[in-house]
Design a protein. Structure first.
Length: 348
Protein backbone atom coordinates (compact mmCIF):
# COMPACT_ATOMS: atom_id res chain seq x y z
CA UNK A 1 0.00 0.00 0.00
CA UNK A 2 2.87 2.35 0.81
CA UNK A 3 4.31 1.75 -2.61
CA UNK A 4 0.96 2.53 -4.11
CA UNK A 5 0.68 5.85 -2.25
CA UNK A 6 4.04 6.79 -3.62
CA UNK A 7 2.87 5.92 -7.12
CA UNK A 8 -0.33 7.81 -6.65
CA UNK A 9 1.44 10.95 -5.53
CA UNK A 10 3.81 10.60 -8.47
CA UNK A 11 0.78 10.23 -10.72
CA UNK A 12 -0.70 13.47 -9.45
CA UNK A 13 2.59 15.33 -9.81
CA UNK A 14 2.98 13.83 -13.25
CA UNK A 15 -0.37 15.16 -14.41
CA UNK A 16 0.76 18.69 -13.51
CA UNK A 17 4.11 18.45 -15.20
CA UNK A 18 2.34 17.01 -18.25
CA UNK A 19 0.15 20.06 -18.60
CA UNK A 20 2.99 22.55 -18.19
CA UNK A 21 5.04 20.65 -20.77
CA UNK A 22 2.10 20.83 -23.10
CA UNK A 23 2.04 24.61 -23.26
CA UNK A 24 4.64 24.39 -25.97
CA UNK A 25 2.54 22.35 -28.37
CA UNK A 26 -0.74 22.72 -30.15
CA UNK A 27 -2.47 19.46 -29.36
CA UNK A 28 -1.49 19.38 -25.71
CA UNK A 29 -3.69 16.68 -24.17
CA UNK A 30 -2.61 14.04 -26.68
CA UNK A 31 0.92 14.16 -25.32
CA UNK A 32 -0.15 12.66 -22.03
CA UNK A 33 -2.24 9.85 -23.48
CA UNK A 34 -1.08 6.30 -22.87
CA UNK A 35 -0.67 6.11 -26.64
CA UNK A 36 1.70 9.05 -26.97
CA UNK A 37 3.69 8.14 -23.89
CA UNK A 38 4.01 4.44 -24.72
CA UNK A 39 4.89 5.17 -28.34
CA UNK A 40 7.71 7.41 -27.18
CA UNK A 41 9.06 4.40 -25.27
CA UNK A 42 8.71 2.03 -28.21
CA UNK A 43 5.81 0.11 -26.70
CA UNK A 44 2.50 -0.58 -28.44
CA UNK A 45 -0.38 -0.11 -26.05
CA UNK A 46 -3.63 -1.63 -27.21
CA UNK A 47 -7.16 -2.70 -26.48
CA UNK A 48 -9.55 -5.37 -27.69
CA UNK A 49 -12.47 -3.85 -29.53
CA UNK A 50 -16.12 -4.84 -29.35
CA UNK A 51 -18.00 -4.39 -32.62
CA UNK A 52 -21.22 -2.99 -31.10
CA UNK A 53 -19.87 0.13 -29.40
CA UNK A 54 -17.31 0.64 -32.17
CA UNK A 55 -20.23 1.04 -34.55
CA UNK A 56 -22.54 3.04 -32.34
CA UNK A 57 -20.79 4.91 -29.54
CA UNK A 58 -18.78 8.05 -30.38
CA UNK A 59 -17.27 8.20 -26.87
CA UNK A 60 -15.97 4.66 -27.26
CA UNK A 61 -14.35 5.51 -30.58
CA UNK A 62 -12.87 8.70 -29.23
CA UNK A 63 -11.14 7.11 -26.24
CA UNK A 64 -10.00 4.12 -28.26
CA UNK A 65 -8.47 6.20 -31.03
CA UNK A 66 -6.86 8.65 -28.65
CA UNK A 67 -5.45 6.39 -25.98
CA UNK A 68 -4.28 3.33 -27.90
CA UNK A 69 -1.85 2.68 -30.71
CA UNK A 70 -2.89 -0.91 -31.31
CA UNK A 71 -6.17 -2.73 -31.42
CA UNK A 72 -7.38 -6.26 -31.64
CA UNK A 73 -10.75 -7.79 -32.39
CA UNK A 74 -12.42 -9.11 -29.26
CA UNK A 75 -14.62 -11.38 -31.35
CA UNK A 76 -15.19 -10.41 -34.97
CA UNK A 77 -12.15 -12.14 -36.46
CA UNK A 78 -12.92 -15.49 -34.87
CA UNK A 79 -14.06 -18.23 -37.19
CA UNK A 80 -17.66 -18.34 -35.92
CA UNK A 81 -18.43 -14.68 -36.62
CA UNK A 82 -16.45 -14.69 -39.90
CA UNK A 83 -17.82 -17.92 -41.38
CA UNK A 84 -21.59 -18.23 -40.93
CA UNK A 85 -21.73 -20.92 -43.61
CA UNK A 86 -19.08 -22.96 -45.45
CA UNK A 87 -19.66 -20.85 -48.55
CA UNK A 88 -19.82 -17.38 -47.02
CA UNK A 89 -17.61 -14.96 -45.17
CA UNK A 90 -19.05 -12.13 -43.17
CA UNK A 91 -16.48 -9.37 -43.37
CA UNK A 92 -18.47 -6.29 -42.40
CA UNK A 93 -17.44 -6.08 -38.76
CA UNK A 94 -13.81 -6.97 -39.29
CA UNK A 95 -13.56 -4.53 -42.20
CA UNK A 96 -15.07 -1.81 -39.99
CA UNK A 97 -12.44 -2.54 -37.35
CA UNK A 98 -9.67 -2.31 -39.94
CA UNK A 99 -11.06 0.96 -41.27
CA UNK A 100 -11.12 2.41 -37.78
CA UNK A 101 -7.57 1.29 -37.09
CA UNK A 102 -6.25 2.67 -40.33
CA UNK A 103 -8.01 5.99 -40.08
CA UNK A 104 -6.55 6.37 -36.59
CA UNK A 105 -3.10 5.09 -37.59
CA UNK A 106 -3.29 2.15 -35.24
CA UNK A 107 -1.60 -1.18 -35.72
CA UNK A 108 -3.74 -4.35 -35.56
CA UNK A 109 -3.30 -7.71 -33.82
CA UNK A 110 -5.43 -10.27 -35.60
CA UNK A 111 -7.23 -12.63 -33.19
CA UNK A 112 -7.57 -15.59 -33.67
CA UNK A 113 -7.24 -17.95 -36.63
CA UNK A 114 -7.50 -21.31 -34.86
CA UNK A 115 -9.38 -21.71 -31.60
CA UNK A 116 -11.58 -24.46 -30.24
CA UNK A 117 -14.20 -21.90 -29.13
CA UNK A 118 -16.38 -19.62 -31.23
CA UNK A 119 -16.36 -22.09 -34.08
CA UNK A 120 -19.25 -22.05 -36.56
CA UNK A 121 -21.77 -24.79 -35.86
CA UNK A 122 -21.20 -26.21 -39.34
CA UNK A 123 -17.60 -26.93 -38.34
CA UNK A 124 -18.42 -28.30 -34.90
CA UNK A 125 -21.32 -30.50 -35.85
CA UNK A 126 -19.90 -32.47 -38.78
CA UNK A 127 -17.87 -35.63 -38.69
CA UNK A 128 -14.81 -34.50 -40.61
CA UNK A 129 -12.15 -36.66 -42.07
CA UNK A 130 -8.54 -35.58 -41.54
CA UNK A 131 -7.96 -34.23 -45.04
CA UNK A 132 -11.28 -32.42 -45.04
CA UNK A 133 -10.50 -30.60 -41.80
CA UNK A 134 -7.00 -29.70 -43.01
CA UNK A 135 -8.60 -28.26 -46.15
CA UNK A 136 -11.01 -26.19 -44.05
CA UNK A 137 -8.16 -24.83 -41.94
CA UNK A 138 -6.11 -24.02 -45.02
CA UNK A 139 -8.97 -22.31 -46.77
CA UNK A 140 -10.02 -20.34 -43.71
CA UNK A 141 -6.57 -19.16 -42.69
CA UNK A 142 -5.64 -18.41 -46.29
CA UNK A 143 -8.77 -16.35 -46.92
CA UNK A 144 -8.58 -14.29 -43.72
CA UNK A 145 -4.86 -13.60 -43.76
CA UNK A 146 -4.92 -12.81 -47.46
CA UNK A 147 -7.77 -10.36 -47.06
CA UNK A 148 -5.76 -8.33 -44.56
CA UNK A 149 -2.32 -9.05 -45.96
CA UNK A 150 0.08 -6.22 -45.23
CA UNK A 151 -2.47 -4.59 -42.93
CA UNK A 152 -2.38 -6.88 -39.89
CA UNK A 153 1.10 -6.87 -38.46
CA UNK A 154 0.58 -9.63 -35.88
CA UNK A 155 -1.72 -12.63 -35.87
CA UNK A 156 -2.71 -14.95 -33.05
CA UNK A 157 -2.55 -18.04 -35.22
CA UNK A 158 -3.33 -20.67 -32.62
CA UNK A 159 -5.10 -19.80 -29.40
CA UNK A 160 -5.18 -21.91 -26.23
CA UNK A 161 -3.92 -25.24 -27.54
CA UNK A 162 -2.67 -26.25 -24.09
CA UNK A 163 -5.23 -27.30 -21.48
CA UNK A 164 -5.35 -26.38 -17.82
CA UNK A 165 -3.83 -29.80 -17.15
CA UNK A 166 -0.76 -28.71 -19.18
CA UNK A 167 -1.49 -31.35 -21.83
CA UNK A 168 -2.31 -30.70 -25.43
CA UNK A 169 -5.98 -29.73 -25.42
CA UNK A 170 -8.11 -32.42 -27.10
CA UNK A 171 -9.76 -30.02 -29.53
CA UNK A 172 -11.47 -30.98 -32.75
CA UNK A 173 -8.29 -30.04 -34.63
CA UNK A 174 -5.99 -31.99 -32.35
CA UNK A 175 -8.19 -35.08 -32.39
CA UNK A 176 -9.00 -35.19 -36.10
CA UNK A 177 -5.79 -33.82 -37.62
CA UNK A 178 -3.32 -34.61 -34.85
CA UNK A 179 -0.95 -32.24 -33.03
CA UNK A 180 0.66 -31.31 -36.33
CA UNK A 181 -2.32 -29.03 -37.00
CA UNK A 182 -0.37 -26.34 -35.16
CA UNK A 183 2.55 -26.34 -37.54
CA UNK A 184 0.15 -26.46 -40.48
CA UNK A 185 -1.78 -23.45 -39.21
CA UNK A 186 1.39 -21.35 -38.92
CA UNK A 187 2.52 -22.43 -42.38
CA UNK A 188 -0.84 -21.57 -43.94
CA UNK A 189 -0.72 -18.12 -42.32
CA UNK A 190 2.87 -17.53 -43.36
CA UNK A 191 2.11 -18.49 -46.95
CA UNK A 192 -0.71 -15.94 -47.04
CA UNK A 193 1.31 -13.08 -45.54
CA UNK A 194 5.05 -13.74 -45.20
CA UNK A 195 5.56 -10.40 -43.43
CA UNK A 196 3.04 -10.91 -40.64
CA UNK A 197 4.43 -11.87 -37.24
CA UNK A 198 2.76 -15.06 -36.11
CA UNK A 199 1.93 -15.75 -32.47
CA UNK A 200 0.89 -18.60 -30.23
CA UNK A 201 -1.46 -17.17 -27.56
CA UNK A 202 -2.58 -18.65 -24.24
CA UNK A 203 -3.82 -17.86 -20.74
CA UNK A 204 -2.53 -19.08 -17.39
CA UNK A 205 0.96 -19.38 -18.85
CA UNK A 206 2.25 -15.97 -17.79
CA UNK A 207 4.44 -16.99 -14.89
CA UNK A 208 6.21 -20.26 -14.22
CA UNK A 209 4.45 -23.57 -13.72
CA UNK A 210 3.26 -26.68 -15.47
CA UNK A 211 1.18 -24.85 -18.06
CA UNK A 212 3.80 -22.27 -18.98
CA UNK A 213 6.36 -25.08 -19.17
CA UNK A 214 4.05 -26.85 -21.59
CA UNK A 215 3.66 -23.70 -23.69
CA UNK A 216 7.42 -23.23 -23.67
CA UNK A 217 7.95 -26.84 -24.76
CA UNK A 218 5.32 -26.44 -27.48
CA UNK A 219 6.87 -23.34 -29.03
CA UNK A 220 10.35 -24.80 -28.70
CA UNK A 221 9.18 -27.86 -30.59
CA UNK A 222 7.49 -25.75 -33.26
CA UNK A 223 10.66 -23.76 -33.76
CA UNK A 224 12.76 -26.91 -33.95
CA UNK A 225 10.70 -28.09 -36.92
CA UNK A 226 11.15 -24.77 -38.72
CA UNK A 227 7.62 -23.50 -38.08
CA UNK A 228 7.19 -19.80 -38.90
CA UNK A 229 6.43 -18.73 -35.33
CA UNK A 230 7.57 -15.31 -34.16
CA UNK A 231 6.02 -14.68 -30.81
CA UNK A 232 4.04 -15.77 -27.79
CA UNK A 233 1.02 -13.96 -26.41
CA UNK A 234 0.60 -14.03 -22.65
CA UNK A 235 -3.05 -13.20 -22.09
CA UNK A 236 -2.90 -11.96 -18.46
CA UNK A 237 -6.51 -12.30 -17.35
CA UNK A 238 -5.81 -12.02 -13.63
CA UNK A 239 -7.33 -11.14 -10.26
CA UNK A 240 -5.99 -8.16 -8.36
CA UNK A 241 -5.70 -10.24 -5.20
CA UNK A 242 -3.74 -13.08 -6.77
CA UNK A 243 -1.66 -11.96 -9.73
CA UNK A 244 1.24 -14.08 -10.98
CA UNK A 245 4.61 -13.30 -9.45
CA UNK A 246 6.34 -10.65 -11.56
CA UNK A 247 9.66 -12.41 -11.05
CA UNK A 248 8.16 -15.53 -12.55
CA UNK A 249 6.65 -13.62 -15.47
CA UNK A 250 10.02 -12.00 -16.09
CA UNK A 251 11.78 -15.37 -16.10
CA UNK A 252 9.18 -16.73 -18.47
CA UNK A 253 9.49 -13.77 -20.85
CA UNK A 254 13.26 -14.16 -20.80
CA UNK A 255 13.23 -17.85 -21.64
CA UNK A 256 10.85 -17.18 -24.54
CA UNK A 257 13.05 -14.32 -25.71
CA UNK A 258 16.04 -16.65 -25.55
CA UNK A 259 14.29 -18.76 -28.20
CA UNK A 260 14.24 -15.66 -30.40
CA UNK A 261 10.55 -14.97 -29.76
CA UNK A 262 8.78 -11.70 -29.22
CA UNK A 263 6.32 -11.50 -26.32
CA UNK A 264 3.05 -9.59 -26.26
CA UNK A 265 0.80 -9.19 -23.27
CA UNK A 266 -2.37 -9.78 -25.26
CA UNK A 267 -5.52 -9.72 -23.14
CA UNK A 268 -4.80 -8.06 -19.84
CA UNK A 269 -7.57 -7.36 -17.39
CA UNK A 270 -7.42 -7.27 -13.61
CA UNK A 271 -10.69 -8.20 -12.00
CA UNK A 272 -11.77 -7.12 -8.55
CA UNK A 273 -14.83 -7.94 -6.44
CA UNK A 274 -17.85 -5.79 -7.19
CA UNK A 275 -18.90 -3.30 -6.04
CA UNK A 276 -15.39 -1.96 -6.42
CA UNK A 277 -13.77 -0.60 -3.26
CA UNK A 278 -10.87 1.79 -2.83
CA UNK A 279 -8.67 -1.13 -1.76
CA UNK A 280 -9.68 -3.12 -4.81
CA UNK A 281 -8.87 -0.27 -7.16
CA UNK A 282 -5.53 0.28 -5.44
CA UNK A 283 -4.57 -3.39 -5.74
CA UNK A 284 -5.68 -3.34 -9.36
CA UNK A 285 -3.62 -0.26 -10.17
CA UNK A 286 -0.59 -1.94 -8.67
CA UNK A 287 -0.97 -5.02 -10.88
CA UNK A 288 -1.44 -2.96 -14.04
CA UNK A 289 1.58 -0.90 -13.16
CA UNK A 290 3.74 -3.92 -12.31
CA UNK A 291 2.99 -5.54 -15.66
CA UNK A 292 3.61 -2.29 -17.53
CA UNK A 293 6.95 -1.77 -15.79
CA UNK A 294 7.94 -5.34 -16.44
CA UNK A 295 7.07 -5.10 -20.12
CA UNK A 296 8.95 -1.80 -20.46
CA UNK A 297 12.03 -3.33 -18.91
CA UNK A 298 12.14 -6.46 -21.10
CA UNK A 299 13.21 -5.68 -24.69
CA UNK A 300 11.31 -8.68 -26.07
CA UNK A 301 8.01 -7.41 -24.59
CA UNK A 302 6.82 -5.11 -27.34
CA UNK A 303 3.05 -4.78 -26.86
CA UNK A 304 0.69 -4.48 -23.94
CA UNK A 305 -2.94 -5.02 -24.91
CA UNK A 306 -5.93 -4.82 -22.56
CA UNK A 307 -9.00 -6.98 -23.10
CA UNK A 308 -11.23 -3.98 -23.67
CA UNK A 309 -10.57 -0.64 -22.05
CA UNK A 310 -13.80 0.44 -20.36
CA UNK A 311 -15.76 -1.36 -17.64
CA UNK A 312 -18.83 -0.59 -19.74
CA UNK A 313 -17.82 -3.40 -22.12
CA UNK A 314 -16.00 -6.31 -20.54
CA UNK A 315 -16.42 -10.07 -20.60
CA UNK A 316 -15.47 -10.31 -16.90
CA UNK A 317 -18.77 -9.75 -15.00
CA UNK A 318 -20.66 -12.31 -17.04
CA UNK A 319 -17.93 -14.91 -16.65
CA UNK A 320 -16.66 -14.44 -13.10
CA UNK A 321 -19.62 -14.02 -10.81
CA UNK A 322 -19.15 -11.22 -8.29
CA UNK A 323 -16.15 -9.74 -10.13
CA UNK A 324 -15.80 -6.91 -12.58
CA UNK A 325 -14.39 -3.38 -12.93
CA UNK A 326 -11.37 -5.00 -14.53
CA UNK A 327 -10.24 -2.33 -17.00
CA UNK A 328 -8.38 1.02 -16.81
CA UNK A 329 -11.44 3.17 -17.66
CA UNK A 330 -14.70 3.08 -15.74
CA UNK A 331 -18.16 2.62 -17.23
CA UNK A 332 -18.35 6.33 -18.04
CA UNK A 333 -15.00 6.30 -19.84
CA UNK A 334 -13.29 8.07 -16.97
CA UNK A 335 -9.69 7.00 -16.31
CA UNK A 336 -9.31 4.96 -13.14
CA UNK A 337 -6.40 4.85 -10.75
CA UNK A 338 -4.83 2.09 -12.86
CA UNK A 339 -4.75 4.49 -15.79
CA UNK A 340 -3.21 7.30 -13.78
CA UNK A 341 -0.50 5.16 -12.32
CA UNK A 342 0.40 3.69 -15.72
CA UNK A 343 0.41 7.19 -17.20
CA UNK A 344 2.87 8.29 -14.54
CA UNK A 345 5.11 5.30 -15.15
CA UNK A 346 5.17 6.10 -18.86
CA UNK A 347 6.07 9.72 -18.10
CA UNK A 348 9.13 8.76 -16.10
O1 LIG B 1 -14.17 -11.57 -24.55
C1 LIG B 1 -14.60 -12.57 -25.45
C2 LIG B 1 -16.09 -12.82 -25.27
O2 LIG B 1 -16.84 -11.67 -25.62
C3 LIG B 1 -16.51 -14.02 -26.11
O3 LIG B 1 -17.86 -14.34 -25.81
C4 LIG B 1 -15.62 -15.22 -25.84
C5 LIG B 1 -15.95 -16.37 -26.77
O4 LIG B 1 -15.68 -16.04 -28.10
O5 LIG B 1 -14.25 -14.87 -26.03
C6 LIG B 1 -13.82 -13.83 -25.20
O6 LIG B 1 -12.45 -13.56 -25.49
C7 LIG B 1 -11.53 -14.60 -25.14
C8 LIG B 1 -10.41 -14.57 -26.14
O7 LIG B 1 -10.91 -14.65 -27.46
C9 LIG B 1 -9.41 -15.69 -25.89
N1 LIG B 1 -8.93 -15.65 -24.51
C10 LIG B 1 -9.94 -15.56 -23.48
C11 LIG B 1 -10.89 -14.39 -23.77
C12 LIG B 1 -11.90 -14.23 -22.65
O8 LIG B 1 -12.71 -15.37 -22.58
Amino acid sequence: MTRFLLLLSLALVGCDSGSSMSEEIDDAPAETTLRALATAKGLHIGAAVAAGPLASDPAYREVLGTEFSMLTAENVMKMGPLRPTPQTFSWDNSDALMDFAESNEMTVRGHALVWHQSLPSWVESANWGRQELIAILQEHIGAVVTRYRGRIAHWDVVNEAVGDDARRRPTLFNEVIGPEYLQMAFEFAHAADPDAKLFYNDYGAEGLGAKSDAVYALVQELLSTGTPLHGVGLQMHVTASNPPSMDAVRSNIRRLAALGLEVHITEMDVRIPEPATENGLVAQAQVYNDVLQLCLSEPSCTSLVFWGFTDRHSWVPSFFQGFGAALPFDEDYQPKLAYQVMQQTLMN
